[in-house]
Design a protein around this ligand. Structure first.
Ligand code: SAM
Length: 261
């Protein structure tokens, strides 16, 4: 019908124009917000509150190009410092914090660097941007107090290698946290979520980012990723001894962790 063809050509117009109007970073943000209904922000907040960062810590955020997790860690540390500075006894808090942000894609790192500048963190020496592969990290053994990976492990070639590297670079007792899209285990909600992911996500991806295939791939990669228990046992196989996980929104995402040995 004429109405239908009108709607189709308007859809095509939108999908051609919107990606041109947005730069990579804001496009990426917009898609994250649209797909998760803004929830990815709360999930990352939760990840960082479980990490419980502290001044002077040596931390590695892997697949962290845009800086989303790193900025939250720095904010957490700054607020501890602000509180502690009122007490001059806490001189040891001046110890140098290092947040290494490692990503395989230099464009993502550039997005992160640009954002750091926008946040007034351009000269902040605690932020260290490193191009590198999660499967073969360039850091020494036993050097990190913390390791995070948010929405990064699902798409690597060898999950086991990534976990082994995380274990290698962490100090004994270091904190490991992984935030990833996972498997909904609640009946009815699972059916709704399947409908949402198979029908809505690729359609929104096409309309807003002009890229149906990538979002179709996203949905399929979530399906293929090991379920919570299986992933927990893979983390244990890498050497971690007290692995726990927490489902958020019924398992839409899960945070696997080892934070207190
Ligand atoms: N952590 C950020 C967040 O939560 O918004 C970014 C997540 S983004 C979906 C996935 C990131 O993983 C991309 O920046 C990509 O370049 C990076 N990545 C993919 N494979 C990687 C690998 N083998 N090593 C390091 N980073 C990788």
């Amino acid at each position: 019908s004429p109405l239908h063809s009108h709607a189709t050509s308007f859809g095509r117009f939108l999908s051609n124009m919107i990606p041109l109007l947005l730069d990579v970073a804001s496009n990426y943000d917009l898609m994250n917000d649209l797909m998760s209904g803004g929830l990815h922000r709360l999930w990352k907040d939760r990840l960082v509150s479980m990490l419980n960062p502290f001044p002077g810590m040596k931390h590695l955020d892997v697949a962290g190009g845009t800086g989303d997790v790193a900025f939250r860690i720095l904010d957490g540390i700054s607020s501890i410092k602000r509180r502690a500075n009122q007490d001059p006894i806490n001189d040891h808090l001046q110890e140098e914090t290092q947040i290494h942000v490692c990503d395989i894609n230099p464009n993502m790192l550039n997005v992160g660097r640009k954002r750091a500048i926008e946040r007034g963190l351009g000269e902040d020496k605690s932020l260290i941007w490193v191009e590198g592969d999660a499967e073969a990290l360039s850091f020494e053994d036993n050097t990190m107090d913390g390791y995070t990976i948010a929405f990064g492990i699902r798409n690597v070639t060898h999950i086991e290698k990534v976990l082994a590297e995380a274990y290698r670079v962490l100090k004994h007792g270091g904190r490991f946290l992984c935030l990833e899209l996972s498997h909904v285990e609640v009946p009815v909600f699972k059916e709704l979520y399947d409908y949402y992911s198979f029908s809505v996500i690729p359609a929104v991806g096409e309309l807003v980012a002009g890229d149906r295939d990538s979002y179709q791939y996203l949905v399929e990669s979530i399906r293929r990723f090991p379920p919570q228990e299986k992933f927990a046992s893979m983390i244990a196989d890498a050497g971690f001894q007290k692995v726990e996980y927490e489902n958020l929104v019924g398992g839409v995402v899960a945070i696997h962790s080892e934070v207190g040995v």
